[in-house]
Each structure stands twice: as C-alpha cells, then as structure tokens.
Design a protein around this ligand. Structure first.
Ligand code: AMP
Ligand code: MG
Length: 343
C-alpha cells in the first residue's frame, strides 16, 4: 500500500461525510466507521481487491475471515445458501436481534469472494445497530466486509482516536461516531447446514440466543479444537494490549518491586479495594464497573485497556469477572490477551 498522509476524521452524523466515505468504498478503498460493538475497517465485500486492502492495512493474516455487514435483513438471501437463509432459527434470531451485536455464519453463495471468508464455504453476516454504519452501507449500495479497525492482534478500537492511533496512516477516512455503546465484538453463531454452535462469545449474551432457538453447541477451543477449523481467526493471538497482561484474583497479592509499574484492571469497586489492601501500590487503576455490571464492564473493557497501555506500566493485572451474560465475552477477551502475553 502506498504511504498515506494522516487519515481524515469526519463527523459520522454529517450526511456529506457519509457520502464521501460511501464513494471511497465504491472506488475500492477501505474506510473506518463506527458500529455499536467496535469500530470497523470496511471495504466493498464484493470486490476482492478492495477486501485485500483491508487485510493489508491491518496486517491481518489471510486465514482470518471477515464479517460482512448488511443494511437490512432481506439481504441475507442474496449472499447465503437458500436452505440456510430459510432456516426458521435464522429468521427468529434476525427478527429478535438485528440490527445488533449478533453475527450469523451461513453457507455462502459464489458472489462472496473467497478472500472475504478466508476460503471457507461459509460467510459471516451481521446488520450493525448504528445509524452511521447503516447509512454508510446503504449509501455505498454494497455489503461491507469489515474486521475491527486495529492492527492485527491489537486492541479493538471503541473510539475514533483509537483507530487513528493504530491505522492513522493506513486509511484515508475515519467516520467518527463517538464511543461504541456495546464495546466488545459481536457474538458469532454458526447456523450453516442445520448446526447451531457458538463460535465467539460477544456483545449479545448467549443466554438470549439460547432462549430464542435452544441450546448452542460449545466447541472445544485450543489449537486442535473443532473451533480452530470452523472459525480460524479464533486461533490467532487477539485482543491484546501492547503491555503484558496477567489474570489474578483480587485477593492474590500483587506487590511491585521498587521502580516497577503495575496497572490494575479491577472487575468492580470491591475488587479494587481488596487488591489495594493485599498488594499494590498500582501505577494506574481502571475499574470495569463499580457495581460489577457485566454490560458496563464490556462497554469499558477495551477503553480501559487502551488507557492502561498508555499509562506506561510494565504489566497489567486483570481480575476475572463472572462468566454470565456479557461477562463471557469479557473473560474470552481477557484470556486471549493473557495468552498473547505468555503471562
Ligand atoms: P473481527 O471482524 O476482527 O471481529 O473478526 C471476525 C471473526 O469472525 C473472525 O476472526 C472469525 O472468528 C469470525 N468469522 C468470520 N467469518 C467467519 C466464517 N465464515 N466462519 C466462521 N467464523 C467466521
Ligand atoms: Mg478483531
């Protein structure tokens, strides 16, 4: 990719800005835009060269497939196998949860280029719940393939400035829609060929999905688990702050040696108090949610990690959160960040 000057950050609520971004998408360029989950780096999903630019800007390996963003549920039938598109469970989920943080993985039609799906026979589809994202997709007139707008392996962006920091010289336009409401990526469910399996916990609690369509298969994770074959990107190092991160219970004493700077990511106010009474002092402290509300914790997760990264600490100690509702997505991201640190 040609070296670029700094990205233009444009107000997402300005229709002229959305029109400019939509033209860039139609020209085959990549554009960063807000969704309710995290910021995405999008390109025309039907143009393999445009999609290649997204991989290049992110430094994302080609085995990691992208989610295709749609402006309306009716578009599913254009890109997915008729039998999957007509599956009543798909209809039920889409009716209840679209637009929203739910991605469905269905068998794809040939219209979707192989680069989008990393060669898989399935395609991931989602309708985001954000007016700027929906306006952009509608104005572009094409589905938009978009991963999170960060360098590969890095922290997902939940504000326009996070995108600028990581991709500022690799993308022409960043539409600014303010902070993301949900703050973690979408929940990904495989519904191809009659299956119903959780591929990634995310912004829609799995409990809500199971209430709508019954129990989901939980696939074994790890390098040789079935998850690796069905959703290749899940194997890669992901969601990691630049600083090493370690998961530790609040009552496990953490004592910095003289001159050592450690950051604390507390699950709640009690957790912060406990950690500070049995250990510390900490060079920087972030509390995910004072009351331990999992929705608030998810919304703050990446923001808090971005701030700890910038605080110049040598280690982030993160407290586990209960794995209920959005807590499952939070723990998934923290575990992967810890694994990436080798801590
Ligand atoms: P990101 O856009 O960065 O949140 O990553 C998208 C993730 O969605 C990938 O890393 C996969 O885990 C999952 N995904 C996308 N497309 C597919 C697919 N066709 N089959 C299974 N998982 C997928
Ligand atoms: Mg990502």
């Amino acid at each position: 990719m040609a070296a670029m000057t700094q990205a233009h950050v444009l107000a997402g609520e300005d229709p002229a800005a959305v029109a400019l971004a939509a033209e860039a998408i139609r020209r085959g360029e990549a554009v960063a835009f807000p969704t309710e989950t995290v910021y995405g780096l999008g390109a025309n999903a039907l143009d393999p060269l445009a999609v290649a630019r997204v991989f290049e800007a992110k430094g994302r390996p080609r085995f990691d497939p992208l989610i295709v963003h749609l402006a309306e549920p009716g578009e599913i039938a254009r890109y997915a196998h008729a039998a999957d598109a007509a599956d009543p469970r798909v209809a039920r989920l889409v009716e209840r949860f679209w637009p929203g943080p739910l991605t469905v993985v269905l068998r794809k039609l040939t219209l979707i280029p192989g680069i989008v799906t990393a060669g898989l026979e399935t395609v991931a589809l989602r309708m985001p719940d954000h007016p700027v994202a929906l306006a952009l997709i509608a104005a572009a007139g094409v589905p938009i393939a978009a991963p999170s707008a960060n360098r590969f392996g890095g922290l997902s962006p939940t504000r326009a400035e996070h995108v600028v920091r990581q991709l500022g010289r690799r993308v022409g336009i960043v539409l600014d829609g303010g902070p993301c409401r949900v703050g973690v990526e979408s929940t990904v469910v495989l519904l191809a060929g009659g299956r119903a399996a959780l591929l990634r916990p995310g912004g829609l609690p799995t409990e809500a999905i199971e209430e709508a369509i019954g129990p989901l298969e939980v696939l074994p994770d790890g390098p040789i688990g079935e998850l690796a074959a069905l959703s290749p990107g899940r194997q890669a190092v992901h969601y990691a702050p630049a600083t090493p991160l370690e998961l530790r219970a609040p009552d496990s004493p953490v004592r910095p040696t003289p001159g050592e700077r450690i950051g604390l990511l507390a699950a709640n106010e009690d957790g912060r108090r406990t950690a500070e009474s049995v250990g510390g002092p900490f060079a920087a402290v972030e509390v995910l949610s004072a009351t331990g509300d999992p929705v608030e914790a998810a919304a703050r997760l990446f923001e808090a990690l971005h701030r700890l990264d910038e605080a110049g600490v040598g280690l982030i100690v993160a407290q586990p959160v209960p794995e209920r509702g959005l807590g499952r997505a939070v723990m998934d991201r923290l575990r992967r960040a810890a694994a990436a640190s080798g801590a």
